[in-house]
Design a protein around this ligand. Sequence first.
Ligand SMILES: C[S@@+](CC[C@H](N)C(=O)[O-])C[C@H]1O[C@@H](n2cnc3c(N)ncnc32)[C@H](O)[C@@H]1O
Length: 348
Amino acid sequence: MQPRTPPDTVAESFSQLLFGALTFRAYAAAVRLGIPDAVGDTSHRADELAAVLGADEHRLRRLLRALVALGVLRHTDDGRFALTAAGAGLRADDPTGTRGLVAFFGHPLMWRTFGALERSVREGTPAFTAVTGRGFFEYFAEDPSFAQSYHEGLHWGTEMTAPLIGMSRDWSDSRRIHDIGGGDGALLTALLAAHPYAHGIVQDSAEALEGLPANIRRHGVDGRCSAVPGDFLTEVPAGGDTYLLKNVLHEWGDDDCVRILGNCRTAMAEGARVLIVATLLPEPGPADGDQEAFTYAVLSDLLLMSASHGERTLAEYERLCAAAGLRITRVSPVPHLPNDNVIEAVAA
Ligand SMILES: C[S@@+](CC[C@H](N)C(=O)[O-])C[C@H]1O[C@@H](n2cnc3c(N)ncnc32)[C@H](O)[C@@H]1O
Protein backbone atom coordinates (compact mmCIF):
# COMPACT_ATOMS: atom_id res chain seq x y z
CA MET A 1 0.00 0.00 0.00
CA GLN A 2 1.23 3.48 -0.82
CA PRO A 3 1.74 5.88 2.07
CA ARG A 4 -0.76 8.72 2.05
CA THR A 5 0.87 11.91 0.74
CA PRO A 6 -0.20 14.82 2.90
CA PRO A 7 -1.07 18.05 1.06
CA ASP A 8 1.35 20.95 1.62
CA THR A 9 -1.41 22.97 3.25
CA VAL A 10 -4.89 22.20 4.53
CA ALA A 11 -6.22 24.95 2.26
CA GLU A 12 -4.98 22.94 -0.73
CA SER A 13 -7.17 19.98 0.20
CA PHE A 14 -10.02 21.93 1.77
CA SER A 15 -12.55 21.33 -0.99
CA GLN A 16 -11.68 17.62 -0.88
CA LEU A 17 -12.39 17.58 2.88
CA LEU A 18 -15.60 19.57 2.65
CA PHE A 19 -16.94 17.89 -0.46
CA GLY A 20 -16.01 14.48 0.99
CA ALA A 21 -18.46 15.15 3.83
CA LEU A 22 -21.09 16.44 1.38
CA THR A 23 -20.57 13.44 -0.91
CA PHE A 24 -21.45 11.12 1.95
CA ARG A 25 -24.45 13.31 2.86
CA ALA A 26 -25.68 13.11 -0.73
CA TYR A 27 -25.43 9.30 -0.64
CA ALA A 28 -27.17 9.20 2.73
CA ALA A 29 -29.93 11.56 1.61
CA ALA A 30 -30.47 9.44 -1.52
CA VAL A 31 -30.78 6.25 0.49
CA ARG A 32 -32.84 7.73 3.32
CA LEU A 33 -35.24 9.42 0.87
CA GLY A 34 -35.55 6.10 -0.98
CA ILE A 35 -34.28 7.36 -4.34
CA PRO A 36 -32.53 4.15 -5.52
CA ASP A 37 -35.65 2.06 -4.80
CA ALA A 38 -37.99 4.63 -6.38
CA VAL A 39 -35.88 4.73 -9.56
CA GLY A 40 -35.67 0.93 -9.68
CA ASP A 41 -35.09 -0.78 -13.03
CA THR A 42 -36.54 2.02 -15.17
CA SER A 43 -35.99 5.76 -15.63
CA HIS A 44 -37.99 8.68 -14.25
CA ARG A 45 -38.38 12.43 -14.55
CA ALA A 46 -37.53 14.53 -11.50
CA ASP A 47 -41.17 15.63 -11.08
CA GLU A 48 -42.34 11.98 -11.09
CA LEU A 49 -39.78 11.10 -8.41
CA ALA A 50 -40.74 14.16 -6.35
CA ALA A 51 -44.38 13.04 -6.42
CA VAL A 52 -43.52 9.44 -5.44
CA LEU A 53 -41.14 10.48 -2.66
CA GLY A 54 -43.21 13.41 -1.40
CA ALA A 55 -40.22 15.70 -1.91
CA ASP A 56 -39.68 19.28 -3.09
CA GLU A 57 -39.18 19.02 -6.84
CA HIS A 58 -36.67 21.87 -7.23
CA ARG A 59 -34.35 20.69 -4.47
CA LEU A 60 -34.74 17.04 -5.43
CA ARG A 61 -33.68 17.90 -9.00
CA ARG A 62 -30.48 19.45 -7.64
CA LEU A 63 -29.77 16.39 -5.50
CA LEU A 64 -30.41 14.11 -8.50
CA ARG A 65 -27.96 16.17 -10.58
CA ALA A 66 -25.32 15.81 -7.84
CA LEU A 67 -25.97 12.05 -7.76
CA VAL A 68 -25.32 11.97 -11.52
CA ALA A 69 -21.98 13.71 -10.92
CA LEU A 70 -21.18 11.18 -8.16
CA GLY A 71 -21.95 8.20 -10.40
CA VAL A 72 -25.04 6.98 -8.53
CA LEU A 73 -27.47 8.01 -11.29
CA ARG A 74 -27.15 8.65 -15.02
CA HIS A 75 -29.12 10.89 -17.36
CA THR A 76 -30.98 9.04 -20.09
CA ASP A 77 -31.23 10.56 -23.59
CA ASP A 78 -34.75 11.81 -22.88
CA GLY A 79 -33.65 13.67 -19.74
CA ARG A 80 -34.80 11.11 -17.20
CA PHE A 81 -32.78 9.61 -14.37
CA ALA A 82 -31.75 5.95 -14.16
CA LEU A 83 -29.50 4.04 -11.73
CA THR A 84 -25.90 3.23 -12.61
CA ALA A 85 -24.49 -0.16 -11.55
CA ALA A 86 -23.07 1.53 -8.44
CA GLY A 87 -26.43 3.18 -7.70
CA ALA A 88 -28.22 -0.17 -8.05
CA GLY A 89 -25.99 -1.40 -5.18
CA LEU A 90 -27.83 1.07 -2.92
CA ARG A 91 -31.25 -0.52 -3.45
CA ALA A 92 -32.89 -2.23 -0.48
CA ASP A 93 -32.95 -5.54 -2.39
CA ASP A 94 -29.21 -5.49 -3.16
CA PRO A 95 -27.67 -8.55 -1.44
CA THR A 96 -24.65 -6.62 -0.10
CA GLY A 97 -26.86 -4.61 2.27
CA THR A 98 -24.84 -1.46 1.52
CA ARG A 99 -28.05 0.58 1.83
CA GLY A 100 -28.25 -0.29 5.53
CA LEU A 101 -24.66 0.77 6.17
CA VAL A 102 -25.11 4.14 4.43
CA ALA A 103 -28.50 4.71 6.10
CA PHE A 104 -27.07 4.08 9.58
CA PHE A 105 -23.93 6.19 9.28
CA GLY A 106 -26.05 8.85 7.54
CA HIS A 107 -28.68 8.78 10.32
CA PRO A 108 -29.22 12.35 11.56
CA LEU A 109 -28.39 11.25 15.11
CA MET A 110 -25.04 9.81 14.00
CA TRP A 111 -24.25 13.13 12.32
CA ARG A 112 -25.17 15.06 15.44
CA THR A 113 -22.83 12.65 17.23
CA PHE A 114 -19.93 13.28 14.85
CA GLY A 115 -20.69 16.99 15.18
CA ALA A 116 -20.12 16.73 18.93
CA LEU A 117 -16.53 15.46 18.63
CA GLU A 118 -15.12 18.76 19.86
CA ARG A 119 -17.43 18.75 22.88
CA SER A 120 -16.56 15.11 23.56
CA VAL A 121 -12.84 15.88 23.65
CA ARG A 122 -13.42 18.96 25.79
CA GLU A 123 -15.69 17.23 28.32
CA GLY A 124 -14.33 13.67 28.28
CA THR A 125 -17.62 11.93 27.46
CA PRO A 126 -18.62 9.96 24.34
CA ALA A 127 -20.12 12.39 21.80
CA PHE A 128 -23.26 10.21 21.57
CA THR A 129 -23.82 10.60 25.31
CA ALA A 130 -23.18 14.36 25.13
CA VAL A 131 -25.93 14.58 22.46
CA THR A 132 -28.52 12.16 23.86
CA GLY A 133 -27.75 12.04 27.58
CA ARG A 134 -27.71 8.22 27.26
CA GLY A 135 -25.17 5.45 26.73
CA PHE A 136 -25.17 4.09 23.16
CA PHE A 137 -26.97 0.78 23.86
CA GLU A 138 -29.06 2.32 26.65
CA TYR A 139 -30.54 4.67 24.03
CA PHE A 140 -31.72 1.73 21.87
CA ALA A 141 -34.72 1.08 24.15
CA GLU A 142 -35.91 4.68 23.59
CA ASP A 143 -35.57 4.63 19.82
CA PRO A 144 -36.15 1.14 18.36
CA SER A 145 -35.91 2.44 14.77
CA PHE A 146 -32.37 3.73 15.49
CA ALA A 147 -31.49 0.33 17.01
CA GLN A 148 -32.89 -1.43 13.95
CA SER A 149 -30.90 0.84 11.62
CA TYR A 150 -27.72 0.01 13.63
CA HIS A 151 -28.26 -3.75 13.35
CA GLU A 152 -29.06 -3.53 9.62
CA GLY A 153 -25.97 -1.39 9.03
CA LEU A 154 -23.63 -3.71 10.90
CA HIS A 155 -24.85 -6.80 9.12
CA TRP A 156 -23.17 -5.73 5.88
CA GLY A 157 -19.64 -5.42 7.29
CA THR A 158 -19.81 -8.75 9.06
CA GLU A 159 -21.30 -10.52 6.05
CA MET A 160 -18.36 -9.35 3.93
CA THR A 161 -15.64 -10.17 6.45
CA ALA A 162 -16.98 -13.51 7.77
CA PRO A 163 -15.26 -15.67 5.10
CA LEU A 164 -11.95 -13.89 5.75
CA ILE A 165 -12.24 -14.38 9.51
CA GLY A 166 -12.96 -18.03 8.71
CA MET A 167 -9.62 -18.21 6.85
CA SER A 168 -7.61 -16.66 9.69
CA ARG A 169 -7.29 -19.84 11.82
CA ASP A 170 -7.86 -23.57 11.98
CA TRP A 171 -11.38 -24.14 13.36
CA SER A 172 -11.16 -27.94 13.59
CA ASP A 173 -11.06 -27.81 17.42
CA SER A 174 -14.10 -25.49 17.57
CA ARG A 175 -17.22 -27.66 17.91
CA ARG A 176 -19.32 -25.44 20.18
CA ILE A 177 -18.89 -21.83 19.16
CA HIS A 178 -20.60 -19.19 21.29
CA ASP A 179 -20.77 -15.80 19.57
CA ILE A 180 -21.14 -13.26 22.37
CA GLY A 181 -22.71 -9.99 21.22
CA GLY A 182 -23.00 -11.79 17.89
CA GLY A 183 -25.68 -9.50 16.42
CA ASP A 184 -27.86 -11.28 13.88
CA GLY A 185 -25.44 -14.21 13.61
CA ALA A 186 -23.93 -13.15 10.27
CA LEU A 187 -20.49 -14.40 11.37
CA LEU A 188 -21.52 -17.53 13.26
CA THR A 189 -23.87 -18.87 10.58
CA ALA A 190 -21.15 -18.39 7.92
CA LEU A 191 -18.62 -20.24 10.12
CA LEU A 192 -21.08 -23.09 10.79
CA ALA A 193 -21.80 -23.42 7.06
CA ALA A 194 -18.07 -23.91 6.45
CA HIS A 195 -17.68 -26.36 9.36
CA PRO A 196 -20.54 -28.89 9.27
CA TYR A 197 -19.48 -30.66 12.49
CA ALA A 198 -19.78 -27.50 14.60
CA HIS A 199 -22.76 -26.11 16.55
CA GLY A 200 -23.22 -22.60 17.86
CA ILE A 201 -25.09 -20.11 19.98
CA VAL A 202 -25.53 -16.38 19.39
CA GLN A 203 -26.04 -14.26 22.50
CA ASP A 204 -27.34 -10.73 21.99
CA SER A 205 -30.40 -8.59 22.69
CA ALA A 206 -33.75 -9.96 21.56
CA GLU A 207 -34.07 -7.30 18.85
CA ALA A 208 -30.59 -7.99 17.43
CA LEU A 209 -31.44 -11.70 17.27
CA GLU A 210 -34.55 -11.07 15.15
CA GLY A 211 -32.33 -11.32 12.06
CA LEU A 212 -30.86 -14.71 13.06
CA PRO A 213 -33.51 -17.05 11.55
CA ALA A 214 -32.99 -15.53 8.08
CA ASN A 215 -29.21 -16.06 8.35
CA ILE A 216 -29.70 -19.64 9.56
CA ARG A 217 -31.88 -20.36 6.51
CA ARG A 218 -29.58 -18.58 4.08
CA HIS A 219 -26.51 -20.53 5.27
CA GLY A 220 -28.42 -23.82 5.62
CA VAL A 221 -27.41 -24.38 9.25
CA ASP A 222 -30.83 -25.26 10.70
CA GLY A 223 -30.59 -27.28 13.89
CA ARG A 224 -27.00 -26.22 14.53
CA CYS A 225 -27.43 -22.62 15.62
CA SER A 226 -29.59 -21.18 18.39
CA ALA A 227 -30.36 -17.78 19.85
CA VAL A 228 -29.85 -16.96 23.51
CA PRO A 229 -31.13 -13.48 24.32
CA GLY A 230 -29.24 -12.06 27.26
CA ASP A 231 -26.90 -9.51 28.77
CA PHE A 232 -23.22 -10.42 28.46
CA LEU A 233 -22.42 -8.08 31.36
CA THR A 234 -24.37 -10.48 33.60
CA GLU A 235 -23.50 -13.91 32.16
CA VAL A 236 -22.75 -15.72 28.92
CA PRO A 237 -23.97 -19.21 27.88
CA ALA A 238 -21.82 -21.94 29.44
CA GLY A 239 -20.13 -24.94 27.84
CA GLY A 240 -18.62 -23.50 24.65
CA ASP A 241 -15.15 -24.45 23.45
CA THR A 242 -14.82 -21.17 21.52
CA TYR A 243 -16.10 -17.78 22.68
CA LEU A 244 -16.19 -15.19 19.91
CA LEU A 245 -16.16 -11.48 20.73
CA LYS A 246 -16.12 -9.65 17.41
CA ASN A 247 -16.19 -5.87 17.54
CA VAL A 248 -17.69 -6.01 21.01
CA LEU A 249 -15.04 -4.88 23.50
CA HIS A 250 -14.27 -1.60 21.69
CA GLU A 251 -17.74 -0.39 22.70
CA TRP A 252 -17.05 -0.80 26.43
CA GLY A 253 -14.79 0.76 29.06
CA ASP A 254 -12.11 -1.33 30.79
CA ASP A 255 -14.18 -2.39 33.81
CA ASP A 256 -17.03 -3.65 31.62
CA CYS A 257 -14.57 -5.45 29.30
CA VAL A 258 -13.10 -7.29 32.30
CA ARG A 259 -16.66 -8.29 33.29
CA ILE A 260 -17.45 -9.59 29.79
CA LEU A 261 -14.13 -11.46 29.50
CA GLY A 262 -14.53 -12.74 33.07
CA ASN A 263 -18.01 -14.06 32.24
CA CYS A 264 -16.50 -15.90 29.25
CA ARG A 265 -13.74 -17.27 31.50
CA THR A 266 -16.36 -18.59 33.95
CA ALA A 267 -18.52 -20.12 31.21
CA MET A 268 -15.70 -21.73 29.19
CA ALA A 269 -15.39 -25.50 28.99
CA GLU A 270 -12.03 -27.09 29.89
CA GLY A 271 -9.41 -26.21 27.24
CA ALA A 272 -11.66 -23.59 25.61
CA ARG A 273 -10.53 -20.30 24.08
CA VAL A 274 -11.78 -16.74 23.67
CA LEU A 275 -11.32 -15.18 20.24
CA ILE A 276 -11.39 -11.39 20.28
CA VAL A 277 -11.77 -10.05 16.74
CA ALA A 278 -10.61 -6.45 16.84
CA THR A 279 -8.79 -3.60 15.15
CA LEU A 280 -5.49 -3.05 16.95
CA LEU A 281 -4.16 0.44 17.52
CA PRO A 282 -0.40 0.79 17.11
CA GLU A 283 1.50 1.50 20.33
CA PRO A 284 1.82 5.26 20.95
CA GLY A 285 4.59 6.96 18.98
CA PRO A 286 5.42 7.51 15.33
CA ALA A 287 3.84 4.81 13.12
CA ASP A 288 6.44 3.00 11.06
CA GLY A 289 4.14 0.40 9.47
CA ASP A 290 1.45 0.54 6.83
CA GLN A 291 0.30 4.18 6.77
CA GLU A 292 -3.13 3.31 5.40
CA ALA A 293 -3.73 0.72 8.13
CA PHE A 294 -2.61 3.26 10.73
CA THR A 295 -5.04 5.87 9.36
CA TYR A 296 -7.89 3.34 9.36
CA ALA A 297 -7.16 2.28 12.95
CA VAL A 298 -7.02 5.79 14.38
CA LEU A 299 -10.12 6.98 12.47
CA SER A 300 -11.95 3.84 13.60
CA ASP A 301 -10.89 4.83 17.12
CA LEU A 302 -12.44 8.30 16.65
CA LEU A 303 -15.64 6.69 15.35
CA LEU A 304 -15.85 4.41 18.38
CA MET A 305 -14.84 7.20 20.74
CA SER A 306 -17.76 9.23 19.39
CA ALA A 307 -20.27 6.47 20.10
CA SER A 308 -18.87 4.75 23.15
CA HIS A 309 -15.26 3.75 23.95
CA GLY A 310 -12.62 3.14 21.27
CA GLU A 311 -9.97 0.83 19.81
CA ARG A 312 -7.10 -0.55 21.90
CA THR A 313 -3.48 -1.65 21.53
CA LEU A 314 -2.43 -5.27 21.97
CA ALA A 315 -0.81 -4.35 25.31
CA GLU A 316 -4.19 -2.99 26.48
CA TYR A 317 -5.96 -6.22 25.45
CA GLU A 318 -3.26 -8.18 27.31
CA ARG A 319 -3.99 -6.21 30.49
CA LEU A 320 -7.78 -6.70 30.15
CA CYS A 321 -7.34 -10.45 29.57
CA ALA A 322 -4.97 -10.78 32.52
CA ALA A 323 -7.46 -9.01 34.79
CA ALA A 324 -10.12 -11.54 33.70
CA GLY A 325 -7.91 -14.61 34.27
CA LEU A 326 -7.01 -15.10 30.59
CA ARG A 327 -3.69 -15.24 28.75
CA ILE A 328 -3.21 -14.26 25.09
CA THR A 329 -1.54 -17.08 23.16
CA ARG A 330 -1.75 -15.94 19.56
CA VAL A 331 -2.64 -12.96 17.36
CA SER A 332 -3.58 -13.84 13.77
CA PRO A 333 -4.13 -11.12 11.19
CA VAL A 334 -7.31 -11.56 9.15
CA PRO A 335 -6.22 -12.08 5.52
CA HIS A 336 -6.80 -9.06 3.23
CA LEU A 337 -7.98 -6.93 6.16
CA PRO A 338 -4.82 -5.28 7.51
CA ASN A 339 -6.67 -3.83 10.49
CA ASP A 340 -8.51 -6.91 11.72
CA ASN A 341 -6.94 -9.45 14.05
CA VAL A 342 -8.06 -12.56 15.86
CA ILE A 343 -6.61 -12.41 19.38
CA GLU A 344 -6.73 -15.85 20.95
CA ALA A 345 -6.76 -16.22 24.75
CA VAL A 346 -6.99 -19.23 27.08
CA ALA A 347 -7.40 -19.63 30.83
CA ALA A 348 -4.29 -18.22 32.53
C1 LIG B 1 -20.59 -3.79 17.16
S1 LIG B 1 -21.84 -4.96 17.42
C2 LIG B 1 -21.03 -6.42 16.93
C3 LIG B 1 -21.97 -7.47 16.43
C4 LIG B 1 -21.28 -8.71 15.86
N1 LIG B 1 -20.35 -9.30 16.81
C5 LIG B 1 -20.58 -8.34 14.58
O1 LIG B 1 -19.38 -8.12 14.60
O2 LIG B 1 -21.27 -8.23 13.56
C6 LIG B 1 -22.00 -5.11 19.15
C7 LIG B 1 -23.13 -6.03 19.56
O3 LIG B 1 -23.19 -6.09 20.97
C8 LIG B 1 -24.56 -6.21 21.34
N2 LIG B 1 -24.72 -5.85 22.75
C9 LIG B 1 -24.59 -4.61 23.30
N3 LIG B 1 -24.79 -4.67 24.62
C10 LIG B 1 -25.04 -5.99 24.92
C11 LIG B 1 -25.28 -6.68 26.14
N4 LIG B 1 -25.29 -6.04 27.32
N5 LIG B 1 -25.48 -8.03 26.09
C12 LIG B 1 -25.47 -8.68 24.89
N6 LIG B 1 -25.22 -8.07 23.69
C13 LIG B 1 -25.01 -6.74 23.72
C14 LIG B 1 -25.25 -5.26 20.38
O4 LIG B 1 -26.64 -5.50 20.30
C15 LIG B 1 -24.51 -5.54 19.09
O5 LIG B 1 -25.11 -6.54 18.33
